[in-house]
Design a protein around this ligand. Structure first.
Ligand code: GLA
Length: 388
């Protein structure tokens, strides 16, 4: 049995900041995130019976309990237990026997509904806690893919970036993540590159309002592909095949002729963003902060104009950060609110944060920001379970 009944464990799962490669994962194209030094934690003991019983110090997250027996029913939409249920359901459907449960408390410092993947961190922490309770293990890539599928239980047709970043984080490294099949390649981030995260003060709930808009984008991407399918061959092309087979400008010219304007713009974002990931990886390798920053700005413009997932507040943060000396800035995560990320160095990180407080937060909050709405993050290790 894994640990005595009284042993207390800590499942720790980091949030992530995507540096570049937005809305590419569910199209089978790569992403480039970091796991961050902010996490979700489940402080738990192992229960002898198959039950999950969790609470939170935050009043808006009411305590809940459910049995680890199929079928695991969803709680009402938006209820936080659905992320834990999703993890349990994924493991059970994968054939992992869950004879023991967990009893504990969830805490964390990943801002919620901010595009920093607090929800996937909760899913991953729950899965690791349940695996620990049952003395089971799964290879990390397999678990990441499984939890990405499992999280769709909550209703978002998400890709696999968040769970993979959470499970594969490496201190000091960004993660190039490829899909179909899932692969993760850590890439060292040059010394002195600093990442600033700034909240737009607007929540982007994966299980709420942002969900429909997100799922609509995923649908449009599929429609665009179908519109470009070569009638002489069977089946749908993949974005990856289209990009590999032809030069991108030719693909874009054909897409412009063939697709309705809105589908063309969605398509153009996806394929140019896929190319930017490859270029960004080279820029990191070369230590070229200007080039990486420039790609971030292009990414933001494409998300704003072609993919239409930015907001006026995210645009304003990007503008202030660039104006104050950031090498690059862009919205991060799904958009529709949430956070932006800026690339700085040791000399610009202070001025950029000060400018954001003075020019973005103070006027909107009519005073200094309370709580941490703008903060620096570090590429950090992935999820794990430790003895508490
Ligand atoms: C959300 C999803 C991810 C990814 C991003 C956009 O965070 O969970 O899979 O699609 O949006 O890049």
């Amino acid at each position: 049995m894994p640990g005595s009944a009284r042993t207390r464990w800590l499942a720790i799962a980091p949030g992530r900041v995507n540096l570049i490669g937005e809305h590419t994962d569910y199209n089978g194209l790569p992403v480039f995130p970091i796991a961050i030094d902010r996490d979700v934690r489940i402080d738990f003991t192992i229960a002898d019976d198959p039950v999950v019983r969790l609470d939170s110090p935050l009043a808006r997250f009411d305590p809940f309990a459910f049995q680890l027996k199929r079928p695991i029913e969803a709680a009402s939409q938006g209820h936080w237990s659905n992320y834990v249920r999703a993890a349990a359901r994924g493991l059970l459907e994968h054939g992992v026997e869950l004879r023991r449960g967990i009893v504990g408390t969830v805490t964390g410092d990943v801002p919620i509904a901010s595009g920093l993947s607090s929800s996937s961190a909760l899913v991953v922490a729950s899965a690791l806690a349940l695996l620990k309770a049952n003395g089971a293990t799964l290879p990390r890539l397999e678990l990441a893919a499984l939890m990405a599928r499992a999280e769709r239980f909550v209703g978002l047709e998400g890709g696999g970036m968040d769970q993979a970043a959470c499970l594969h984080g490496v201190a000091g490294h960004a993660l190039r993540i490829d899909f179909e099949p899932l692969r993760v390649t850590p890439v060292a981030v040059p010394e002195g590159w600093r990442w600033v995260v700034a909240s737009s003060l607007v929540r982007a709930e994966k299980s709420g309002g942002a969900r429909e808009a997100y799922n609509e984008r995923a649908r449009q991407c599929r429609e665009a592909l179908a519109g470009l399918a070569d009638r002489s061959t069977d089946g749908m092309p993949a974005y990856r095949d289209l990009m590999a087979a032809d030069d991108l400008d030719r693909v874009l010219r054909r897409a412009r002729r063939t697709l309705a304007p809105v589908l063309f713009r969605r398509f153009r974002h996806v394929v140019t963003e896929g190319r930017r990931v490859a270029q960004a990886e080279v820029a990191v390798g070369d230590g070229d902060v200007r080039r990486f920053g420039h790609l971030m700005v292009q990414s933001h413009e494409s998300l704003r104009d072609d993919y239409e997932v930015s907001t006026g507040k995210l645009d304003a943060i990007v503008e202030v950060a660039l104006d104050a000396g950031a090498a690059g800035a862009r919205l991060t995560g799904a958009g529709f609110g949430g956070c932006a990320v800026a690339l700085c160095d040791d000399t610009t990180v202070g001025p950029v944060m000060e400018a954001l407080v003075a020019r973005f937060y103070q006027p909107r909050l009519r005073g200094p920001p309370v709580g941490r709405v703008v903060f620096a993050v570090e590429p950090s290790p992935g999820a794990r379970v430790e003895e508490a």
